[in-house]
Ligand binder design. Structure first.
Ligand code: BGC
Length: 789
């Protein structure tokens, strides 16, 4: 029945051979990781990325060993599309060897809030940087023949209530921030787009016609496949009509029943189904390959090291305290030196082929050190360990302290920016005793650093993959010259977020801050102070920015040429950033925004130039009146800088835009702090009233769309919760992100998703039985639960 024409699948003819039943079946997955194959039509195998290949044999457990690269949050610090391409291509190669056809990566969502639980899987707070890096990664993956699936479309910025939460965003912020990385990434023509779990402006992304059709298909002309996040589909018919082609994973009949019923009611026609089937067939034709080739594990191991080298960031280095030299007497302190996390948990977690702990890394590099645990992750404070560490540090030239939060986990937001108190205390006591402390930060994301002014140096080692610890030690001892620059702001504190940013983590997340996210937000604060700004990162070289020259090219683009001098003997790579500041006064804009960047190699004691192309698109804003991007006509300052709070050189240019009006904004958006955006002002921006929280369903109203939390006070809910809490005790440490994620996922996932994600372990009747029992129909529910079907 598979019709081939010159080795390609003849889509139309194959479609004609498929029966309606077969087509309905093909609209959802086969098992956890495959599309459904009919006859000789092969099944597409999918696996997670983005940190490495997460090929699991069964459901979620036991991934096949693979190379673990730095997480997206670290790779982004390289600002290096060529590197992202190489990592994508390497993961693609591992995928072809394993017979994986579609890689569920990259994730490109904006880091809206520093506590976002999946920030470690995402690149940046800046849409341009995130989009460009994703584009390169996708091209790399697809250069191997494997398809890439960009995710999570869209506005997936919190983990709390992730399967119900509603991201309420004004149109300008939506297009300029939250959709922008996707729009840029699509230039690499990824084979698939994965919709997010959350709602966007009141509609689940999986059922959001505006998102999946008006924007994705009509505005952006995307013709690949749209697949659901795992368990994100609530109403299969609604999602199909909205433009969702493939629901994942296998619903074991639930979605088929739903679609068949809609056909019977005359609610959808076969042509709606055919539209999606054609795309699934096209995907099959584009990416299906039997497993082939092999990969060189050593070469990939080296790439993971090189990627970690490019991504580690030297945050502070007082009086050039680093690099250390081997003749210095050093103490290494901190339990994390034994087992620092090097990746995050959840669907991106790779069974790493190897991993190097910080202590091993120090030994590999023949560093002589004495080690003290200093604190214990299981205890709030441990006076004995602290005293031993303080004692051990005596007489040392440098004290290297490993700190960090526990491994982050998909499914739970972080609860605080704070390091565990014992770690902060350790650093405080060491600095108070006069020790020269170097902090090795092994955390996924920004943390608060109350001791920042008292330590000599800080290296952000992050979650840097299987060789991350080695790269960090090499930065410490100067074997490499650090070059990474932060792709997100490290705020001083969360209090800076105040009211305007408090709408995070609830069922309704009001994005009141609109376009002012990340450095665009902090820039507007009176003092603009942050712990470390976006774009910040030091090296061991001395770089000066000597001159800049701006040339108009192709009529509307600009080439910004910057001359740099490296007056030190060490070669280095400097990431030169170009920001624009709109002086036209026509629209409300951030003080500056990233418009281009370039990593430039500058040999020691020489001069080099970098030319950054600023395309006309860099000057655009989203005009909500006309529903398109436009360029305000007027003057702009181009700022060349080494971070978002820096200004090395600048030049003013005139841009001939196509927008000469003046937009007005509600008063609270014009005040610099923007921390008191009222409901009324945000409603003006939205163009409609704020959504009201949904009434919680009561007994008699429960459906498969309810979660365990909804039914927790019913008899069956109490039983299920008790069982869950018992089970949770075996997952991670108490209060760990892993355990929190497990509990939150189980408590706040719709029963339909729990059923779908159980991959057949729970029957549909079982799920329906629970709902019946919760509704008070105990015996009916029991019969369903006990039924064999
Ligand atoms: C995650 C996706 C992932 C999928 C399959 C979901 O829980 O949100 O990012 O690709 O699972 O593992």
């Amino acid at each position: 029945m598979v019709i081939m024409s010159e080795e390609r699948l003849d889509i139309d003819k194959t479609l004609a051979y498929l029966t309606l039943d077969e087509k309905i079946r093909m609209l959802s997955g086969d098992g956890m990781w495959h599309t459904y194959g009919v006859g000789e039509l092969p099944r597409i195998r999918m696996s997670d990325g983005p940190t490495g290949l997460r090929m699991t044999e069964f459901s979620f457990a036991s991934a096949v060993p693979a190379t673990c690269y730095p997480t997206a949050s670290m790779l982004a610090n390289s600002w290096d599309p060529a590197l992202l391409y190489s990592v994508g291509a390497a993961i693609g190669k591992e995928a072809t060897a394993m017979g994986v056809n579609l890689l569920l990566a990259p994730g490109v969502n904006i880091k809206r809030h520093p506590l976002g639980g999946r920030n470690f899987e995402y690149y940046s707070e800046d849409p341009y940087l995130a989009g460009e890096l994703a584009k390169a990664y996708i091209s790399g993956v697809q250069s191997t023949g494997v398809g890439a699936c960009v995710k999570h479309f869209a506005a997936n910025n919190q983990e709390t209530l992730r399967m119900y939460s509603d991201s309420v965003i004004d149109k300008r912020a939506l297009f300029e921030l939250y959709l922008k990385p996707f729009e840029i990434a699509l230039q690499a023509q990824p084979a698939a787009v994965m919709c997010a779990y959350n709602k966007l402006n009141g509609e689940y992304c999986s059922e959001n016609k505006y998102l999946l059709t008006t924007v994705l298909r009509d505005k952006w002309n995307y013709d690949g496949v749209v697949i659901s996040d795992w368990g994100a589909v609530h109403d299969r018919t609604k999602s199909l009509k909205a433009g969702l082609d493939l629901a994942m994973p296998d619903s074991h009949g639930l979605f088929e029943q739903n679609v068949q019923a809609a056909i019977d009611r005359g609610e959808i026609s076969e042509s709606t189904i055919d539209r999606s089937i054609k795309r699934i067939l096209q995907l099959t034709d584009n990416v299906y390959l039997e497993p082939y080739g092999d990969y060189d594990t050593d070469a990939h191991d080296r790439l993971s090291y090189n990627a970690a080298v490019a991504s580690v960031v030297l945050l502070k280095n007082e009086n050039d305290f680093l690099p250390l030299t081997k003749d210095m007497r050093v103490a290494v302190i901190g339990e994390l030196a034994e087992n620092a996390p090097f990746q995050g948990g959840g669907s991106s977690q790779v069974s790493a082929l190897k991993s190097v702990t910080p202590l091993e890394a120090l030994s590999y590099r023949a560093v002589e050190y004495s080690y003290y645990r200093g604190y214990s992750s299981d205890e709030k404070q441990n006076a004995k360990l602290l005293a031993e560490a303080l004692d051990g540090a005596t007489g040392c030239d440098a004290v290297i302290v490993y700190v960090g939060q526990p491994m982050p986990f998909e499914g739970a937001d972080r609860s605080s920016l704070d390091l565990p108190p014992a770690q902060n205390r350790l650093i405080s006591e060491l600095t108070s005793a006069g020790h020269r402390v170097v902090v090795m930060l092994c955390s996924a994301c920004p943390v608060r650093m109350p001791w920042v002014n008292r330590v000599k140096s800080i290296i952000y080692a992050g979650l840097n993959g299987q060789n991350g610890a080695l790269a960090a030690v090499d930065a410490l001892y100067g074997r490499i010259n650090p070059r990474g620059k932060l792709a997100e702001t490290f705020p001083l504190d969360l209090s800076e977020f105040e009211v305007g940013r408090s709408d995070f983590g609830g069922e309704i997340a009001l994005y009141r801050e609109s376009i002012f996210v990340g450095y665009k937000y902090y820039d507007a604060l009176d003092d603009g102070k942050v712990l470390f700004p976006f774009g910040h990162g030091l090296s061991y070289s001395k770089i000066s920015y000597d001159s800049m020259d701006v040339k108009r090219v192709n009529g509307s683009d600009f080439d910004v040429t910057v001359t740099l001098t490296n007056s030190s003997v060490r070669d280095c790579e400097e990431i030169v950033q170009a920001y624009i500041s709109d002086c036209s006064g026509r629209v409300l804009r951030p003080k500056k925004q990233l418009a281009g960047y370039m990593k430039v190699f500058v040999e020691g004691q020489t001069t080099a130039t970098a030319t950054i192309r600023l395309s006309r698109r860099a000057f655009e804003f989203f005009d909500t009146e006309d529903d398109e991007f436009k360029v305000p006509d007027g003057e702009y300052v181009i700022i060349v800088a080494a971070s978002a709070t820096d200004r090395k050189l600048q030049a003013t240019v005139k841009v001939d835009g196509n927008y000469s009006d003046h937009t007005t904004y509600p008063a609270s958006y014009l005040s610099p702090r923007r921390t008191n955006i009222s409901d009324a002002d945000f409603e003006t921006l939205l163009g409609h009233a704020l959504p009201k929280p949904k009434k919680k369903p009561q007994k008699g109203e429960f459906t498969l769309d309810c979660c365990l939390d909804d039914i927790k006070n019913t008899f069956v809910g109490k039983m299920a919760k008790r069982k869950l809490m018992k089970r949770a005790k075996s997952v991670g440490a108490p209060d760990s992100p892993e355990r929190n994620a497990f509990i939150q996922t189980a408590m706040f996932a719709p029963l339909s998703a729990v059923y779908v994600m159980s991959d057949g372990a729970m029957t549909l009747n079982g799920a329906k039985g629970i709902v019946e029992m919760a509704n008070g129909n105990f015996f009916k529910g029991l019969m369903l639960l006990l039924s064999k079907k």
